[in-house]
Design a protein around this ligand. Structure first.
Ligand code: S3P
Length: 198
């Protein structure tokens, strides 16, 4: 694919960034893409949790949302410094691409950003289901009216992404296949050296 970054040795590598509201499927689709392509998958929220040694709800509860946004931006800056040399897929948390400094950072690097979208009612239902079935806690999942308002406020930022992929009523695999095709992504062959076990 065209866009990419180069490491110090001039070797090109590719990174794609997945953005979208809570429940858009950024993590599941990112993981599926990683498996399909043998690319590294990274979730920015996981990096934040590792750095902080506390969960996202704990950060919101103990330090507030503005401190979370500061940490999120730092984590993103660190992440982009490590991009060269590997092909990877990065999923951002739902609010990250709505922050001007994050958008500016990614556009300066000319990284392809994909917006995963779905109707807000469907996003709400997915998040509620994940909360009740898998115990996934989201500090900003409160009432449908607030959720909808936040989605409406952020949608303009999300649409700055170069590609929009509709996820409504589609499986993770279908979405991953569309992304591979739309962006012309290529799998990295896994090499198994003689005598080595995969
Ligand atoms: C947030 C979304 C969450 C997480 C944090 C804030 C947001 O990520 O980053 O709770 O502001 O929308 P997901 O989009 O993966 O749920």
């Amino acid at each position: 694919m065209r866009d990419g970054v180069r490491d110090a040795a001039g070797k090109s590598s590719t990174t794609i960034i997945l953005v979208g509201f809570m429940g858009a499927g950024k993590t599941s689709v990112g993981r599926a893409l990683g498996q399909r392509l043998n690319w590294i998958f990274e979730d920015l929220d996981d990096r934040i949790v590792r750095r902080e040694g506390r969960t996202i709800p704990e950060i919101f509860r103990d330090s507030g949302e503005s401190e979370f946004r500061r940490i999120e931006h730092e984590a993103l800056r660190d992440l982009v410094c490590e991009l060269a040399g590997n092909s990877r897929i990065v999923a951002l948390g739902g609010g990250a691409f709505a922050q001007e400094k994050n958008t500016a950072l990614l556009s300066a690097l000319r990284l392809p950003v994909l917006f995963l979208d779905a109707p807000v009612e469907e996003l709400w239902e997915r998040c509620c289901l994940q909360a009740s079935q898998a115990g996934i806690e989201r500090p900003l999942l409160r009432r449908l009216e607030e959720f909808r308002k936040l989605y409406d406020e952020r949608r303009r930022s999300y649409t700055k992404a170069v590609f929009t992929i509709q996820t409504s009523d589609r499986s993770v695999d279908e979405i991953a296949a569309e992304i591979v095709q739309t962006l012309g992504l290529e799998a990295i062959p896994i090499r198994i050296e003689q005598g080595e076990v995969e």
